[in-house]
Design a protein around this ligand. Structure first.
Ligand SMILES: NC(=O)c1ccc[n+]([C@@H]2O[C@H](COP(=O)([O-])OP(=O)(O)OC[C@H]3O[C@@H](n4cnc5c(N)ncnc54)[C@H](O)[C@@H]3O)[C@@H](O)[C@H]2O)c1
Ligand SMILES: C[N+](C)(C)CC=O
Length: 490
């Protein structure tokens, strides 16, 4: 079985301790790989390599058009190897191969987009109020970046960090989730093949508590970019205060999907299913909270339950599969616990809420798509991110009530509004406290548009121009063109 190593200072290395971790296929719990299990010592070696590479200017001083060329090469290599990458992603996460292939197309596009931006910002001349002077504002790389990613979209979330960091001229250490490292290892091989200099991109594998924590707390790291859960985000933020490093956090969500009575019934229904059950609900922006207007509620719920009965769970490699397993036994137990909580809270469990009985699903971490009705804002199942195929449904009667319910969580990642009334949609969009609002759609994201959360869903933005700016420092350069003594301290 191929051993997955770490990549530090241009070399593929095992963990200094010699430890390894077994990587499992969540569809059948079979071992699919062994990966080096790094710790603080390996993380420190990677930080040291990234620091040296940055301080020597190996990448930041490479002319921007040359950086662009190498980043575009990475995009090309990802496209070349997209089938292999997609298969690895499906093996590692259980998501369907169709989803993984779509992820790979998005990922190549992200590298293309940021490669294209690498040489576009030549700085800005600003009007100086001081006579005989010149003033300009330039953006420079932040320095050494620590990047920590989750298991649900392993390579996509890595790409959102790698591509802008490289485009801006930084060096970096990436740490994927310890349970899904395969595609990040593979893309690091492609980064090496694209000719990125040694020490610029370093890959560390291992647990968050050791390697991730080290990246967050190290005073040699200038920026930490983290995607993951809210509680881990809190730890990362606390650790990052040691040297006041720049921080970017992409955290969870509890995203409202709001259906008005004048919505197109069939489209809203179809997309409400996709909003919550896509990738078994393991999506930060999943539409896990459905808000349906009173007059539509009963018909909509009835149709939703009928459709949910037909969802085909299975092996991500089978074309007929619509949804794969959850990522791990631990995660399935978390979702199960939320079902218990929902029942105790008095919500009405209408479908699902248990493990499927089909023989072929017994070895995987499957859980049935689950719907609760009669939910209210005070319930934990409405407030907390379950990160599974669990939908809560609430009723509303007026626009104001929909806004109030939608905004009533600590999160603010994304949400959607379904209506044929464009003025109502605009009013709603302006009142929803979220980083993304979809009107008559759910889930689109793309390289050109910023992604991130209001409130406890995070700090900063990925994607778009804003995602590049996160990886830069702003410098004002002032030049006195007629220097003369001031004679203040004669
Ligand atoms: N906002 C977004 O764009 C977005 C995208 C994807 C996932 N997510 C969120 O990610 C979560 C699911 O992912 P997860 O379960 O892998 O999250 P997680 O917080 O458990 O882990 C995320 C990463 O943090 C590392 N980590 C763990 N402890 C750490 C520590 N003390 N210091 C530093 N790093 C540490 C892990 O090893 C992993 O690499 C969900 O909450 C989901 O909403 C958000
Ligand atoms: C950001 N996104 C939607 C790709 C993955 C969230 O889990």
């Amino acid at each position: 079985m191929k051993m997955r190593s770490m990549y530090i200072n241009g070399k593929w290395v095992p963990a200094e301790s010699g430890e390894t971790r077994t990587i499992l296929d969540p569809f059948n719990q079979e071992t699919i790989a062994l990966a080096a299990e790094g710790n603080e010592v390996d993380a420190q070696a990677a930080i040291h390599a990234a620091r040296e590479a940055f301080d020597q200017g190996d990448w930041s001083c490479t002319p921007a058009p040359e950086r662009e060329k190498r980043i575009l090469k990475i995009a090309e290599l990802i496209e070349r190897d997209q089938q292999e990458l997609a298969e690895l992603e499906t093996l590692d996460t259980g998501k369907t191969l169709t989803e993984s292939l779509a992820d790979m197309a998005d990922i190549a596009e992200v590298f293309r987009y940021y490669g294209g931006l690498a040489d576009k910002d030549g700085g800005e001349v600003i009007e100086s109020p001081i006579p005989e002077s010149r003033s300009k504002v330039v953006r420079e790389p932040v320095g050494v970046c620590g990047q920590i990613t989750p298991w649900n979209y392993p390579l996509l979330q890595a790409a959102w960090k790698l591509a802008p960091a490289l485009a801006a001229g930084n060096t970096l250490i990436i740490k994927p989730s310890e349970i899904t490292p395969l595609t990040t290892v593979k893309v690091t091989e492609l980064i090496e093949e694209a000719g990125i200099p040694a020490g610029v991109v370093n890959l560390v594998l291992g647990s968050g508590a050791s390697t991730g924590q080290k990246l967050a707390e190290s005073s040699q790291v200038d920026l930490i970019s983290f995607t993951g859960g809210i509680e881990t985000g809190r730890k990362v933020m606390t650790a990052a205060t040691a040297n006041f490093k720049k921080i970017a956090l992409e955290l969870g969500g509890k995203n409202p999907n709001i259906v008005f009575e004048d919505a197109d019934f069939e489209t809203a229904l179809d997309q409400a299913m996709n909003a919550v059950f896509f990738h078994a609900g393991q999506v930060c922006s999943a539409g896990a909270r459905l808000l349906v207007q009173d007059s539509l509620h009963d018909d909509f719920v009835k149709a939703l339950i009928e459709r949910t009965k037909r969802i085909k769970l299975g092996n991500g490699f089978n074309e007929s599969t619509q949804s794969g397993p959850l990522i791990s036994e631990r995660h399935r137990e978390k979702v199960e616990n939320y079902v218990r909580i929902g029942i105790e809270e008095g919500a009405n469990l209408r479908i699902g809420g248990k493990r499927p009985e089909a023989e072929e699903l017994q070895a995987g971490f499957f859980f049935e798509p689950t719907i609760f009705t009669e939910c209210t804002s005070g319930m934990r199942i409405v407030q907390e991110e379950t990160f599974g195929p669990l939908l809560t449904i609430e009723r509303f009667s007026t626009e104001d009530e929909a806004v109030q319910l939608a905004n009533d969580t600590i999160y603010g990642l994304a949400g959607a509004v379904w209506t044929k009334d464009s003025r109502k949609a605009e009013r709603m969009a302006s009142q929803l406290r979220m980083g993304t609002v979809w009107i008559n759609d759910f889930h689109p994201y793309f390289a050109q548009a910023p992604w991130g959360g209001y409130k406890s869903s995070g700090i900063g933005r990925e994607l778009g121009k804003q995602g590049l700016e996160e990886y830069t420092e702003v410098k004002h350069v002032f030049e006195n063109t007629a220097p003369a003594p001031l004679h203040w301290f004669k």
